[in-house]
Design a protein around this ligand. Structure first.
Ligand code: NDP
Length: 314
């Protein structure tokens, strides 16, 4: 008997992660709808991307967060809604716009699963996070509260570190291309973090949408070979380029002091690096009853290891 696959609406499908979600959803055989905003202007790259999605079989829908009915109408077409709206201050941060989407999902009443724009550190573990970066976690928790109070079935995806930002920059904030000469270690460089290829994040996410084991749970993506400290990431890079990097280090106190001179958006990002690289906030807890781990649920997925990911920079 043919497997019934949910129809999926992707909001934020033109974004860095969103476009990978569209690709993974189509590849897994889901009828895939992509909501895009009407105010596209002359953004030729975006139009070409949307046309490419259409060519691959996606249904394009125009809708706006300022037009409640457009959201309700879009949501009514599908079983599952995945939102990947922006949530990085150095790009844009629109997490709270999702409250309007939650409202539309509640009104439509047909959605079997909503996956809000999370895909990072579990915000539920960050109630003691530092200012100003805690806004990311606080806003994501406000969206969770609205979802749960609205009785909407959900899955939260905690994807840990996007490989492109963290591996690309050897875990140094403000860098996304690895140097062949020098690296700045954050403290002793020893707390472990977790790095995930963004394409793998999308594949795991799409796997989870029709899985009863992930209903009303947080899916943590913790590929075992990718749980490494900054020093271990640097060692892998050094092996790949056949050269040892010159290393310096910045203490916790110096890092926090230097942060104060940066603008707001930079400070938000720096506080996230602080929690990941000095405090080990991604790995300092066990997954409890409310969570499941993606690589255990889907061992058939051949995830990209840190070493494989880093080969692209040689
Ligand atoms: P992007 O900045 O690439 O933006 C994603 C989408 O948001 C785009 O499709 C964009 O649409 C849409 N968008 C932005 N503003 C509006 C608006 N006003 N109205 C409608 N749509 C809007 O997002 P990312 O892929 O960087 O982030 C997605 C998620 O991943 C976030 O939750 C973020 O916090 C998380 N993240 C996690 C990281 C990690 O290391 N774990 C790193 C980076 C992000 P348009 O194309 O029309 O502008």
């Amino acid at each position: 008997m043919a497997v019934e696959r949910s129809k999926v609406l992707i909001v934020g499908g033109t974004g860095y992660l969103g476009k990978r979600l569209v690709k993974a959803s189509l590849a897994a055989g889901h009828q895939t709808y992509v909501l895009h905003r009407p105010e596209i202007g002359v953004d030729i790259d975006k139009v070409q991307l949307l046309l490419y999605f259409k060519h691959q079989g996606a249904h394009l829908l125009t809708g706006s967060f300022d037009d409640h009915h457009s959201l309700v109408n879009a949501v009514k077409l599908v079983d599952v809604v995945i939102c990947a709206i922006s949530g990085v201050h150095i790009r844009t941060h629109q997490i709270l716009l999702q409250l309007k989407l939650v409202h539309a999902i509640k009104e439509a009443g047909n959605v079997k699963r909503f996956l809000p724009s999370e895909f990072g550190t579990d915000p539920a573990k960050m109630d003691k996070a530092m200012e100003p970066g805690r806004i990311t976690f606080d806003d994501k928790m406000k969206v969770r509260k609205a979802i749960e109070e609205g009785g909407i079935p959900y899955t939260y995806v905690s994807a840990n570190c996007f490989a492109g930002y963290f591996l690309g920059g050897l875990c140094q904030p403000g860098q996304i291309l690895p140097s062949k000469d020098h690296v700045l270690l954050l403290g002793d460089g020893n707390p472990p973090a977790i790095y995930v290829d963004e394409d793998d994040i999308a594949i795991y996410t799409i796997k989870a949408i029709d899985d009863p084991r992930t209903l009303n749970k947080t899916v943590y993506i913790r590929p075992p070979k990718n749980i490494l400290s900054q020093r271990q990431v640097v060692e892998i890079w050094e092996k790949l380029i056949g050269k040892e990097l010159h290393k310096s280090s910045i203490s916790k106190e110096e890092f926090v002091a230097a942060m104060k001179d940066q603008d707001y958006a930079e400070q938000v990002g720096l506080t996230h690096y602080y929690h990941v690289c000095y405090e080990g906030c991604l790995t300092n807890f066990e997954i409890g009853d409310g969570g499941v781990e993606a690589s255990q649920l889907y061992p058939e997925i051949n995830y990209t290891t840190v070493e494989q990911y880093m080969r692209r920079y040689i």
